[in-house]
Design a protein around this ligand. Structure first.
Ligand code: SF4
Length: 689
């Protein structure tokens, strides 16, 4: 029987389910989905419910470790020595190579308060804006695209809003695996009669949802999202289906006219577009008509939109469609990024990008900087800092020398593994703060043991901008919560921080961030959760954004010219590899593979169409070698018509899969988000890994 319990928030995906963590002493005995959780209403999936055993796993590192060279063995040490080493090394490196020779990476797995402190340490402590976040490799195009078109870098709706949708367009997302609790909610609405459009190279489960009124599956060639969306816009404009009254009232009318003329060009017609997208023109027309005329139409999207060389363009093409049809600003409509990690939204909100302070305000803005300088008592750099990929480039070139990485395994999760390794190996001081000795830690000089979400207080912000409490249910096994470790580093540098509880960090966030102005732990206690913006204009938060006007004023239409990726198929690499997730596992499996959920997933498989398999003499279950221009790996084949001929697909949850050994260097033109979703490969029979 449990002896005590706390209400807390799942630390896996961006749905942000609320659970009651039931404890016996220091032992977690059960996670019970909480009926009053506003994101999950008492539901959960197999990750949040069962995959928490990693918190007590024997692989956890609980003592700080140091070494002089990465070829040396680790030596356990005291916190005092480890923190002193970090402070003295960063000070030495800055005095030798200059202020901008160091930087840091915040984690979307950590709390808002922890993320805020890391970026504060880098900006105010080290005096540089060289701070970035793992959102760089997933949803940075969402930030750019939605800020450009609507004025703020966030989804427009709450999850409950889907109950009023008549049409649901899912593009580049697989909600029943990636965001299961919301995926179930979506399925319920579809069974009630809402109509479904899926834009995805693969036949995801939603396409076969029983009792769905209409399902258009646009099985496009990977990398052609922009062409498909622009063709849909072509149909909407040329067939007179746009909501011109909405456009006149809410958007920039001159821009709309220019955009309408652009999309109406015959080269964007479904007939012209179907040649390179592979989607039949009749399906493109039918989908566009349904989206524009089917009632309340909502768009949900995921990494199949953002992780492309035109990721930001695709986000803006989605926003264009919503504005042109008036599907913004009320329940049942909107543009909704399904965030992968639990706190991607929060990490971005907290100022983790090198060009933005919290609340998405540019570092070059004098008034904003002055406000932070006054509060922090330190001068701030007005130049944007380096992105993760730029830090690694600079390390290889010899001008970037030290990095502090909290809760992120860049060697596994970032593209071009060999380049990441070269960058890390070239640095004089790499500090990794994490639960386990991850792959990145192979290149570290100091390892600081991190804490799990069960061991700390704080907040996460989910995909619907909902700020929710994380509550400490057990004593940190390493001795400290992550925010306390960052504070200790700051104090070893002489910064004199004195936060006693994360609520005090939230008070500082609120004082410096207009969209969080009224957020306090008392308010969260009273209301359970609150969706930003939460300020004097919206004292109880904002379930739906852009209701009467866009945050930027008038909606901004952007011309979205389709530019094919530079990653081309050919005789040597004739197939396109794309990737995704399964329900029971999470990302590279660092946590879920250290729980019983591992029993549901023995290995990642390569899905290949029967036609392509037969051509290569590959049978179901055979080992195959997957070779790209960047490298190669081996997997077992799963022969299935879920993928179209010419397309292969895998998940990336098992460490041996090494998907990023074969992915390319191409990235989104605006944000450098890697193009993980399009890699030209050859597949051939193999004897095994
Ligand atoms: Fe956790 Fe996401 Fe599953 Fe909810 S849907 S329990 S937030 S992993």
């Amino acid at each position: 029987q449990p002896e005590h319990s706390e209400i807390t928030t799942c630390a896996y995906c961006g749905v942000g389910c609320t659970f009651k963590a039931e404890m016996r002493g220091e032992e977690l005995v059960r996670m019970v989905p909480w009926k009053d959780g506003k994101a999950n209403h008492g539901h959960s999936c197999v990750k949040g419910r069962f995959a928490w055993g990693y918190a007590s796993h024997r692989d956890r590192i609980l003592k700080p470790m140091v070494r002089d060279k990465i070829s040396d063995p680790w030596r356990e040490t005291t916190w005092e020595e480890a923190l002193g080493r970090v402070a003295s090394e960063f000070a030495r490196i800055q005095s030798t190579y200059g202020r901008r020779s160091v930087g840091g990476i915040t984690s979307s797995r950590c709390t808002n308060e922890e993320t805020f402190l890391v970026q504060k340490l880098i900006r105010a402590g080290f005096g540089t804006n060289n701070v970035d976040t793992c959102a760089r490799v997933c949803h940075s195009p969402t930030g750019y695209g939605l800020k450009t078109t609507f004025g703020t870098s966030a989804g427009t709706q709450d999850f409950d809003s889907v109950d009023d949708s008549d049409v649901i367009l899912v593009i580049g997302a697989n909600p029943t695996d990636g965001h299961p609790v919301f995926g179930s909610r979506m399925k319920r609405r579809l069974r009630e009669g809402a109509k479904l459009i899926v834009v995805d190279p693969r036949r995801i489960d939603l396409v076969r949802t029983p009792h769905v009124a209409a399902a258009h599956h646009l099985a496009l060639q990977p990398g052609t999202n922009v062409a498909v969306l622009t063709a849909m816009a072509h149909v909407i404009v040329t067939e007179g289906l746009a909501n011109e009254a909405f456009v006149r009232e809410r958007c920039d009318v001159a821009e709309y006219a220019e955009w309408a003329a652009f999309v109406a060009d015959p080269r964007h017609s479904p007939e012209a577009t179907s040649i390179h997208t592979g989607v039949p023109a009749a399906d493109l027309r039918a989908a566009a008509r349904l989206y524009a005329t089917g009632g309340n139409a909502a768009i949900y999207y995921g990494l199949g939109v953002t992780e492309h060389s035109q990721g930001s363009t695709t986000v803006m093409a989605i926003a264009n469609l919503a504005m042109a049809t008036g599907n913004i600003g009320r329940r049942g409509v909107g543009v909704n990024p399904l965030r992968g990690q639990n706190n991607v939204q929060g990490a971005c909100d907290m100022g983790s990008f090198p060009h933005e302070l919290s609340g998405y305000r540019h570092v070059s803005d004098d008034a904003t900087r002055e406000m932070f300088e006054t509060m922090w008592g330190r001068p701030l750099d007005s130049e944007p800092g380096l992105r993760i990929n730029n830090m690694l480039d600079a390390a290889v070139d010899g001008s970037f020398k030290a990095i502090y990485i909290q809760g992120e395994d860049i060697l596994q999760s970032d593209p071009n593994t060999h380049h990441v390794a070269a960058g890390l190996a070239a640095m004089e001081c790499v500090v990794v703060q994490d639960l386990f000795l991850n792959e990145t830690a192979n290149y570290a000089h100091v390892f600081l043991p991190g804490s799990t979400f069960l061991e700390k207080d704080g907040t996460f912000t989910n995909a619907e901008r909902r700020i929710q409490r994380v509550r400490k249910v057990m004593t940190p096994k390493n001795g400290f919560a992550d925010w306390e470790i960052t504070q200790a580093i700051a104090n070893a540098l002489g910064l004199g921080w004195s936060y006693r509880h994360p609520s005090e960090i939230m008070d500082e966030i609120a004082a410096l961030t207009p969209s969080f102005a009224n957020v306090t732990y008392d308010l969260l206690e009273r209301m359970g959760s609150v969706q930003w913006p939460c300020n004097d204009d919206h004292p109880e938060g904002s379930p739906i954004m852009h209701v009467d006007r866009f945050v930027r004023g008038r909606g901004h239409f952007v011309l979205t010219e389709y530019v094919p990726t530079d990653e081309r198929t050919g005789a040597r690499f004739p197939l396109i590899l794309t990737t995704g997730r399964i329900l029971s596992q999470y990302n590279v499996g660092a946590q879920t593979r250290r729980t019983d959920n591992v029993l549901w997933h023995e290995e990642d498989r390569l899905e290949i169409h029967p036609h392509d398999a037969e051509q290569r003499g590959v049978k179901d279950g055979d080992w195959v070698r997957i070779q790209s221009r960047a490298g190669e790996t081996a997997l077992r084949a799963l022969v299935t018509d879920r993928v179209a001929p010419g397309v292969v697909y895998t998940t990336f949850h098992h460490p041996l899969t090494q998907a990023n050994v074969i992915t390319t260097d191409y990235s989104d033109w605006a944000t450098n988000c890697p193009e993980y979703k399009v890699t030209a490969v050859q597949v051939a029979p193999s004897n095994g890994p």
